[in-house]
Design a protein around this ligand. Structure first.
Ligand code: NAD
Length: 484
């Protein structure tokens, strides 16, 4: 398929625009290492131009009714559905996820995201508040904050932006958007769908380029009024400082435990843990980062996980039989290799994978990996790996399972397997994690379900999902009236 010529440009003020510097950089496919196009290398001048354009966009959105903005969102969803073959293709080509088993699902979710935001905000009514003072009438309701700075990662480069763009648009916020550089062409493809829906000029603006330049300008510039960020805890900490004082949604990292209690259906738990560890080659914030069990279930669990790793079909993500593609970029490969080497150096046993597979097309292919008997002090247990690695940690007893689960720095998503629902619930209530899935994979989530990190952990601030995002991107406006 042909990549449209304009997708190398920024989209500012309702038009595709060349970068002020005139500089472009190559866009690469992780599956082959080949250059597939080029993309504008934006700078602060481009970012400021986008914020300027967003002012007019915000005025126009504010003048529309909720129903009119909902119509816009539905039209974006229609464009996404009409363009689904190209969107899935570029997502698979540039991000590396398997076209058939994963990319199409992400595109469908993106269309759903626009439709849900459209309908939910229409019916988010405010309050009539009875007043103590005679003659006073008080109402409160939700209004847009203004211009949102949205900064997004490369692992779900279509759907994560939609998690912010759709609610912002439905609620009447204009957006300036800085996508991850390694999935810029995916961002342009989504932008094209939004542009074709007939939005007011400046309502959504896309600027490509380095996050530390373009994203930083969006976050820190006084012209933006709120921040939506999904990415690593390290960048999240910088953004929290640079945008201090602005309302923020920070969706950061995870190292999700799957906890297998002694009475669990072990084969089912292993299947879910493998899905959680290998889906999107493990590049998922809610991925299964570690599997915790006792000696009682260990052998069976290790066996089923090893079988599941061997069943993944690695290869060209555009081929329909492929179920695991390459990692997206060199930085993530370097981290995965360092974590695996650290785990093995600390006594972990390699049961599957543990190596690159360049014969599949590029150096970024990494075999689905199972490591058994991992020590608690290993990086695989303590930090986020973000690759296709399923490490098993053997704990002494149930107390120990909880201690190890809660010992890591993250607290985003977890899975618990047990046939005893009461016991599983007690575990769920004790695990420090924003989302806990009982008898399901750690990454189970739907667009309207609240999603975000537990307090005190490094997984972020606030909740995404359905009405939660709509609440996060709006102010409560209160008006009193004196009847005299
Ligand atoms: P990253 O933090 O390196 O980059 C994320 C985005 O921030 C990119 O667009 C990048 O260009 C931009 N950026 C980088 N430095 C910046 C700066 N100084 N100022 C402003 N923007 C800047 O993360 P990544 O490697 O792209 O993504 C992987 C991380 O994202 C993982 O930690 C993963 O867990 C997390 N993530 C979280 C969720 C969630 O919902 N909680 C979902 C997906 C990914």
């Amino acid at each position: 398929m042909q990549i449209p010529e304009q997708h190398r440009q920024h989209f500012i003020g309702g038009a595709w625009r060349a970068p002020a510097s005139g500089t472009y950089r190559p866009a690469k496919s992780p599956g082959t290492g080949e250059t597939i196009g080029e993309v504008a290398e934006g700078d602060r001048q481009d970012a400021v131009a986008a914020i300027e354009a967003a002012k007019a966009g915000q005025d126009a959105l504010a003048a529309m009714t909720r129903w009119q903005r909902a119509d816009l969102c539905h039209r974006v969803a229609e464009r996404i559905e009409a363009q689904k073959n190209y969107l899935a293709y570029i997502l698979s080509l540039e991000q590396g996820k398997p076209l058939k088993s994963e990319a199409y699902g992400e595109i469908e979710a993106a269309a759903t995201g626009f439709r849900e935001a459209a309908e939910l905000f229409k019916f988010m009514n405010g309050d009539f508040i009875a007043a103590e003072t005679p003659g006073k009438r008080v109402i409160s309701y939700r209004v847009a904050r203004g211009i949102y700075a949205v900064v997004t990662p490369w692992n779900f480069p279509i759907n994560i932006p939609v998690e912010y763009l759709a609610p912002c648009l439905a609620a009447g916020n204009a957006v300036v958007w800085a996508p991850a550089p390694t999935t810029s062409l995916c961002a342009s493809a989504l932008m094209q769908c939004i542009a074709e829906a007939g939005l007011p000029d400046g309502a959504v603006n896309l600027v490509h380029g380095p996050g530390a330049v373009v994203g930083d300008e969006f976050v820190s510039n006084p012209g933006t009024h709120g921040v939506g960020f999904t990415g690593s805890p390290a960048t999240g900490a910088k953004i929290a400082q640079r945008g201090a004082g602005k309302p923020m949604l920070l969706e950061l990292g995870g190292n999700g435990p799957v906890i297998v209690l002694d009475d669990a259906d072990v084969e089912r738990a292993a299947g879910a843990a493998a899905d959680g560890a290998f889906f999107n080659a493990g590049q998922v914030c809610a991925a299964t980062g570690r599997i915790l069990c006792t000696r009682k279930t260990y052998e069976e669990l290790a066996h089923h996980l090893t079988v599941a790793a061997g069943e993944r079909v690695a290869g060209d993500p555009l081929l329909s039989e492929t179920t695991i593609g390459p990692l997206n970029n060199q930085a993530v490969l370097t981290k995965v290799e360092a974590h695996v080497a650290d785990g093995l150096a600390r006594g972990g046993k390699l049961l599957a994978g543990g190596r690159r597979r360049p014969e599949l097309g590029s150096d970024l292919f990494y075999a689905p990996t199972v490591i058994a008997d991992l020590g608690e002090d290993a990086d695989l247990n303590r930090a986020e790996t973000f690759g296709p690695v399923a490490p098993i940690i053997v704990c002494k007893d149930e107390d120990d399972l909880i201690r190890v689960a809660n010992g890591a720095g993250h607290g985003l998503a977890a899975g618990i397997f047990s046939r005893d629902l009461a016991k599983a619930f007690r575990f769920a209530e004790t695990v420090q994690s924003g989302l806990v899935n009982i008898n399901g994979p750690s990454h189970y989530w739907e667009l309207h379900i609240p999603f975000g990190g537990a307090s005190g952990k490094q997984s972020g601030l606030g909740r995404l999902g359905g009405r939660h995002t709509l609440e996060a991107v709006t102010d409560v406006k209160t008006i009193s009236y004196d009847l005299g």
